[in-house]
Write a protein that binds this ligand. Sequence first.
Ligand code: SPQ
Length: 427
Amino acid sequence: MPLNLEYKKPVLKGTIQVPGDKSISHRSIMFGAMASGKTTVEGFLLGADCLSTISCFRKLGVTIDLDGDRVTITSEGAAGWKEPAAILDTGNSGTTTRLMLGLLAATNFHSVVAGDDSIAKRPMKRIVEPLRQMGADIRGRQNGHFTPLAIQGTKLSAINYTLPVASAQVKSAILLAALYADGITLIEEPVATRDHTEIMLGHFGAVIKRSGNTIRVGGGQKLTANHVKVPGDISSAAFMIGAALITQGSEIRLTNVGTNPTRTGILDVIGQMGADFEMEETAVEGERSADLVIRSSRLKGIEIGGALIPRLIDEIPVIALIATQCHGTTVIKDAEELRVKETDRISAVVDELAKMGADITATSDGMIINGPTPLTGAEMKTYGDHRLGMMAAVASLTADGPVTIDDPDCIAVSYPGFMEHLKRLID
Ligand code: SPQ
């Protein structure tokens, strides 16, 4: 059902705890299933993507109990997983699909991984190629480069691999396979990407060493069950940050937001744009977190590219929206990876914001936005992409006229309760 939104100069006030980090929630289930014993998770994200991860591991015979945002995973470790009798349905989740390929390649059974129409279009070659170099037997459409993929688990060997794209999913899939491979795997990462896999595997007892850009993982390691506390997702918080920045007279507090430095590019960007905000750290060890206070601000356009891009890749839709309200030009470059997300996020963001009157142009690897421009009402498409849905809802706060969102349900992929939270800040 489409959603109709019309606001008259809303002012946002109040405090929100955004839901748990999606990347950490996925990994808590995966690593809990790889570990022997009982892993407990608090603050788990009950978004559709993370529920897909739970459903896949249940099909492998792992016991997973949910109690609100608390999860208990009881496992004998990967050696106890069973051959699944049905397809492992990864839904809309690239993280589930790609990280599971690394794990399934090293089992001794057959499995099939498939997701929705968006997953079927997302490139898997980047995962399948290095895994094949390790000895993996993976087959599927177009030489195994697109789902559905059939995996015959087998013995793997270590490799030395330089990532051709800055991708935490590629790094993580190889890293997970490497834990079960013979020998020592070296992964070189030319540009740093989110390091939740490395941090969390250490917490589960694995030895992962980093020296400069190179990550070293020995095979044959066993994980031990542990407790995981999931902080709020900065990628979800980003939409509330954008909402407060672009509405006059707003001041909001976002509690316990994950501030792992590989994810805080959005804070660097709004700082450079001149945003009025504060960060009060709440945890400094392991996965860091902070309370964020954000106030409406007069912002200026900036250039965003290079090593900053992987640190804010999922925030670009909302950054583009914020840039429409900045004084001057914002250039986003080196972000060609956006073209292979849930949808082509360069085309989708540019088309949708242009419908609302933004001065925005697509480039091959990003976009150029001139501001500030008043936004108008429009019929917005999500393309089934949760981040496009939230971008449209936040844009509606400053639009002069009604905004319709064609498929608001897709927002639940990463932020169930998003519209309720937004409403709470406005009331
Ligand atoms: O899981 P999925 O569908 O790939 O989700 C996205 C998102 O916007 O939520 C990307 F579309 O986040 C990825 C992120 O872009 C999650 C992720 C991870 O948890 O490791 C890493 C990034 O992807 P990549 O391709 O850069 O490794």
